[in-house]
Design a protein around this ligand. Structure first.
Ligand code: COA
Length: 413
């Protein structure tokens, strides 16, 4: 079985099947064509580092690839620190000549079927447009913000002090330090991904085609004693100011956060400091003298789907003890279309399908949006996306589901 088993047929004349040997390059050329990009050889070599051929599908019209999709195995941290098997779906595209005929629908059926067979608890993706993936049970789970600030207005409200030291390192020397700090952060931020050796190699490779005229990546690590507590990876873009463009600023302690932001905001000659992906609750605005000069653009980051609702609800911990019966409506992944009794607390949870009367009812996509704590159920009620059948149940669910930190996924996959 390689689909969701209530199979969605491909449109007439189109075959959807797994990628075969020798199709890797044409696959990438088709992906890039769909997004309007070139495919330099260095990109093919770079993608080879992390690509999982057996998780890739193509749609064919004769011998022409007209659609692509693939998944990467990217275990995602859920509240409480467990990393659950997750399909990171990417490389999704359909040729402009073949759009709106149901090819994406047929490909998603295969991709999600493959994910279910593997036993993934979650699937995740970065959508190119928000209206596309709700229909497949994905909800916007990880809100994020783009930030920029002129260096001339980036003063802190009080002098920044920290006990450790900052060092710029080459990628090979930086790697063990980056891994150490990342691993500490990953345990406390829902939405972060476990990174294996291949993934780190992919991130540190830094091929020319990813620079777009900016410098190679610069890695600055913060250590107190031997232990690395955080790091920033950035580029200088000389065409734009110049500006300091942060790729990733990861911190495991408040001292590391202070030290790294103080560093980024005080590099001489920079006009602007930008960071493309922060969680909305980052403390920096509260540390600045003139925080309005920090321009913040809220947007959506990662969307997730609960491939297995029962396993997902049982995998995380909860901020308050409670019992709740949730009716989940899921037309696409029909195996999730059930009522679930969740008995949960700070040590973990048990969850089972039930015939009991539900306390709340919502779609699988909306439960996915609330799952990591990125939106409250009461907010979803105000948006008329959830029904409360037992008075007070949504407040109870909020006390259980919302954690100390907003979810964050610092990277694209
Ligand atoms: C997005 C894309 C993959 C859709 O492929 P497609 O084969 O045209 O999609 P389908 O015909 O299977 O459409 C499935 C459903 O999604 C809807 N849909 C597809 N693309 C949409 C879009 N961009 N905006 C809103 N709805 C969209 C369709 O209307 C259809 O709805 P319905 O079945 O409920 O009537 C394709 O337009 C594309 O390659 N775009 C450029 C690259 C891109 O954005 N890729 C997605 C990366 S995350």
């Amino acid at each position: 079985m390689s689909s969701t088993s209530k199979r969605v047929n491909a449109p007439e004349g189109i075959e959807v099947r797994q990628l075969k040997d020798g199709e890797f390059e044409p696959f990438f050329r088709a992906v890039d064509f769909g997004f309007g990009n070139d495919t330099p050889q260095s990109r093919i070599d770079q993608e080879r580092r992390i690509f999982e051929d057996d998780r890739a599908f193509v749609a064919l019209d004769g011998d022409q690839i007209v659609g692509t999709t693939a998944a990467e195995s990217v275990p995602m941290t859920v509240p409480g620190g467990a990393a659950v098997p997750t399909a990171g779906i990417a490389y999704v595209g359909v040729k402009p000549t073949h759009r709106r005929r149901g090819i994406l629908r047929a490909m998603m059926d295969r991709q999600l079927g493959e994910s279910r067979e593997r036993g993934d608890v979650l699937a995740a993706l970065w959508p190119s447009e928000t209206p596309i993936y709700g229909r497949f049970g994905f909800g916007m789970a990880v809100p994020m913000e783009h930030w920029s600030i002129p260096r001339s207005h980036a003063e802190f409200r009080e002098a920044v002090d920290f006990p450790g030291r900052l060092t710029i390192m080459n990628p090979a020397d930086a790697l063990p330090h980056l891994q150490h700090a990342y691993e500490a952060a990953r345990l406390v931020w829902p939405g972060m991904l476990s990174r294996g050796t291949d993934w780190w190699g992919f991130l540190l490779a830094d091929p020319e085609h990813e620079r777009h005229g900016a410098t190679p990546k610069i890695h600055t690590v913060y250590r107190d004693g031997d232990a690395c507590e955080g790091y920033v990876t950035y580029r200088i873009n000389p065409k734009d100011g110049p500006s300091l463009e942060i790729e990733e600023l990861v911190w495991a302690t408040a001292a590391a956060h202070r030290a790294l932001w103080n560093y980024c905001l005080s590099v001489d000659l920079m006009e602007t400091i930008r960071y493309w992906n922060l969680p909305p609750d980052d403390p920096l605005p509260w540390m600045l003298h003139d925080s309005r000069r920090l321009r913040r653009e809220p947007t959506d980051g990662v969307w997730i789907k609960l491939m297995d609702v029962r396993a997902a609800l049982a995998a995380r911990t909860y901020s308050a003890e409670g019992r709740i019966v949730i009716r989940v409506h899921d037309e696409v992944s029909w195996w999730n279309d059930e009522s679930y009794e969740l008995e949960a607390g700070s040590d973990g949870a048990s969850c089972a399908a039930t015939n009991k009367t539900p306390d709340i009812e919502l779609s699988a996509a909306d439960l996915a949006a609330a799952y990591l704590g990125g939106v409250s159920f009461t907010n979803l009620l105000a948006a008329r996306r959830v029904d409360e059948t037992t008075s007070g149940a949504l407040e109870r669910a909020d006390r259980m589901f919302i954690g100390e930190r907003m979810p964050w996924c610092p990277e694209e996959f």
